[in-house]
Each structure stands twice: as C-alpha cells, then as structure tokens.
Write a protein that binds this ligand. Structure first.
Ligand code: THU
Length: 133
C-alpha cells in the first residue's frame, strides 16, 4: 500500500510541518496530499488564541488543494509530533471524504518515519458523502 510517491509525500510533509503555527499545543502537524495528476499539495496546522478557531494540517492542505484547482486526492501522508499515532481527527476524516475515494491510503507517520497506513474506509466506516444526498 506504500506507493512510489510515499518518500516525496513524506519529505514535503516534513517540510511544511516545520511551518506549523502551534504556540498553544506545540504539536506540529504536516500533511501532504497526492492529487490524481500526481501533484503534491501540503498544509500545516494553524492555531488561534481563540482555541476553537484553530485549523488542522489536513484542513489547510485541502483548502490549498481546492485553491490550486484540484479536487481529487489519491494518497495522504500525515506527520504528527511524538511517538503516538497522529491519525486524522473526525472532522478531517470527513473533509478528506469529500475529495478522496474510500480506498485512499492514509499514511500516519512521525518525524522518524512511517507508523501505520489505513484506508479512508477503515478510518471512516459507513461514511456520508455526496452520493448519500
Ligand atoms: N491536529 C492536526 O493538525 N491534524 C490531526 O490530524 C490531529 C490534530 C492538530 C490540531 C492542533 O493544532 C494540534 O494538532 C493538537 O491537537
């Protein structure tokens, strides 16, 4: 399930993770999305003094994806902080669901490397998408 794009996605996520604005949690996250045209789109988390206004790395990356004119994600790398698994939060799983097929691999990593890969379907079973409307 680890594609030939993994290393590039990992390096881009490492780079953007360093830009995270995390004065409150100090928990940096970087996300790299592979589009179906094999472009890599990145994002980091952006926190706010009004804590609930903070934005996850995946949400930033998805905003960048759409801004740059793309709409399909086929692979994702998320790099958190520390040794525990940094799996996308519930809200971000649903955000990813809008743009990624259910078999999209989501590689959860820390700065030292790969930890676990799950598909979107595994992370978000019985999900709600546009076809449910
Ligand atoms: N965070 C992300 O950016 N992505 C995730 O997948 C999990 C959590 C951020 C939100 C907050 O800025 C920090 O990590 C701690 O929760």
């Amino acid at each position: 399930m680890i594609s030939k794009y993994f290393d590039q996605l990992f390096q881009e996520a490492i780079k953007v993770r360093k830009k995270a604005h995390v004065p409150y949690s100090k928990f940096k996250v970087g996300a790299a999305l592979l589009t179906e045209n094999k472009k890599i789109i990145v994002g980091c988390n952006v926190e706010n003094a009004a804590y609930p206004q903070s934005q996850c790395a995946e949400a930033t990356a998805i905003g960048n994806l759409v801004t740059q004119g793309f709409n399909t994600i086929i692979e994702i790398v998320v790099i958190g902080s520390g040794d525990q698994l940094c799996s996308p939060c519930g809200g971000c799983r649903q955000r990813i669901r809008e743009f990624a097929p259910l078999n999209t691999p989501i590689h959860m990593c820390n700065v030292d490397g790969h930890q676990k890969t799950l598909t979107l379907a595994e992370l978000l079973p019985y999900s709600f998408g546009s076809e449910n409307l």
